[in-house]
Write a protein that binds this ligand. Sequence first.
Ligand code: CR1
Length: 832
Amino acid sequence: DEPLELHVEERKRQHALAQEHLKVEPVEASVLRHVQYTLARRHQPLTAPDLYLATALSVRERLIERWTDTQSYYTTKDPKRVCYLSLEYLVGRCLQNTIHNLGVENEYTRGIAALGYELEDLAAEEHDPALGNGGLGRLASCFLDSMATLNYPAWGYGLRYRYGMFEQRIERGQQREVPDYWLQGHTNPWEVQRLDISYPVRFYGHVHAVRQGCNLRYQWEGGEIVKAQAFDSPIPGYRTRNTNTMRLWSSCAWDEFDLNAFNAGQLAAASEARVRAESISAVLYPNDHTDAGKELRLKQQFFFVSATLQDVVRRLKRSRRPLAELPDKVAIQLNDTHPTIAIPELMRIMLDVEGLEWAEAWSISTRTFAYTNHTILPEALERWPVPLLERLLPRHMQIIYEINHRHLQEVEARWPHDTERLSALSIIEESFPKMVRMAVLAIVGSHSVNGVAEIHTGLVRTRLFPQLADMWPERFNNKTNGVTPRRWLLLANPSLAALLTKWLGGQGWVTDIERLRILKAHAANPDLQQEWAASKRVNKLRLADYIQRHCGVEVSADALFDVHVKRIHEYKRQLLNILSIVHRYNVIKAASPEERAHMVPHVKVFAGKAAAGYYLAKRVIHLINSVAAVVNGDPDVGPLLKVVFLANYNVSLAEVIIPASDISQHISTAGMEASGTSNMKFALNGGLILGTMDGANIEIADAIGRHNMFVFGAAAEDTDGLRREMAYQPPPTDERLQQVYSCIEAGAFGPASDFRAILDSLQHGNDFYLLAHDFPSYLEAQAEVDRVFVNKADWIHRSIVSASCMGRFSSDRTISEYAANIWHLEAVPCPE
Ligand code: CR1
């Protein structure tokens, strides 16, 4: 017999061989291995859903190697990390994103083809996880992509909702909400349940004071304990080994089952606690911009924040560091006010659990936290009733009072006897009941407060929190949003991506979109123009096909594709758009055949969800669909005007729509859209913008040249004055707009009663959103669009110039700014 050592050596050799084999295992073999051994479907015919899952599992293996390497590298290096706290992520599909970031697209495209499928078709099998409402959640996901790509040691923390954003169906022209049980019916290959990582989270209970020497110490006790269970998703950077983690918490009962109750025959009582616990992470609040004002919502916020901070403190302790070093080791970014309760929770941990003194604890806390504001709409500024906080989080309410007391003392010292200032600066609003202003708490407790576009940051300083900006001017800063060129160009627009790679001599642009600027000098080059137009056409055909399949409406790729997609909201003014479409319809109907022959054919594309309880927004969806039905069925109009509403707007649908636009609309009432991020995606994909001087439109216009954008409407600084003037003396309604009202009232698009609320808001309201006011200049801008569109060379020139000047709007730039100026973070590239 061979000596034992040799045997061991041989085993090692075999192991190494197996490892090697794994590495070079062809894609087909790896996918089939998963079909056979993971899915246990050896003898069934291959189906697309199975093959998608097997492919995802195969890709995941490669991903996990990098992930574990990165995490252990971070542990060894122990660098400063950033924790991005967000109650929303709009991840989008993962398969192709992962394949591209790993740089294995050729292998996988070929391998899947060998199995008789197209990779793209398999990718479409993936359910698009929608754990967010709109721009804010999608921004968080773009940020995670950039942080990984730039090799920043980063964690995204959030909630793993069982039901994400509702699925929107359009029935009889109206929105119906269907629950989105995104986890049902399949395993999610992009997450790993960390059974070893869970924390208790307490609610309710009482505060107990104990004397310690000459000090009082407080203890939060009793109440209800819920378990936070970690689910991790790898976030791969693009062409780097670094793979970060998005950790989402799921709630479950602390004691799986109350056995005593069960034994006593109280079956229902025994599972009650479980149901209550699970309800915390059950559903995303599908409210865009409104404070849900629900106890459950506050529970969600605290649940996610408490688990996250326990995780952060545990990691610090594992590296044997005292809490005093927290700000050197961790930066915590609060994505809007939703995670603000983290400030009193960190204070509680330091004071009550770790025994620190207030002054030190406060210094640690403020140096750790930074806050991003995403809106100035008053309805979105969260305020929690004091009685609710006292009941749900009694110790936190005490701490908030103490923070406020010390804060107001500072105010009093700087501005003695200024009661007006004191009440404006107070964290507590003296209403009935009293309210905690979460934004004020966030600002008082952070070292940085940022807005998301220049105009927005200005308004945060001057309109929203002038006294706070006065007190701490150095705290306020701007970080204009950005979008990841990986998902929004490389993945969503393969034909344009190929063109860029060819013209820019390589794929370097994917991580450095400033390089697109080179194209500007070639914008008039006929070869480039011709390829550019061909690429746009491919994307328009793809969208036309989608429209045909989903709405049964045939549209021509020669028409001007005019797109308005985003959450349905009064301030975003989808209503203004559909009213102008009714006007266009009237003009076409009144035109002679000769005149019609000179008109530019339009395809008007709408998509977006309305919050379930937002009555007016839902009426607008109904109006759009009703107008669509009449216009699309009118033989007089034919191809000159088509109107479609695409149901269930989400990341995947955006990927089809955005590359296909000629024009996209970003027409919020000036001063109301904080930034917008889809405007960036459209422009990056060569679409031109029809917009108001609002949010990031202003900076985009600066970057691409204002003459390359179609701008209209009141300016932000004039809106208040205009409203006052109009209230004093209502101006006459534009004749064309009056005619549009009359059509709707006469029942041209169905019973006028269906649209009564809309008409009332327009005719008897005070035109708060300046719809009537902006209508004439909006029509003028549209006429200009039509004039330019007929000159193909001019149009393409503008399209190339604007895309090529979009370098500033990569989320890579945004994240570099956060890292340098707020987080003081260094890149930690993981060696290959
Ligand atoms: C803003 O409305 C911005 C995103 C991301 C939204 C939008 O203009 O682009 O945030 N705000 O910064 C929001 O959802 C709750 O506030």
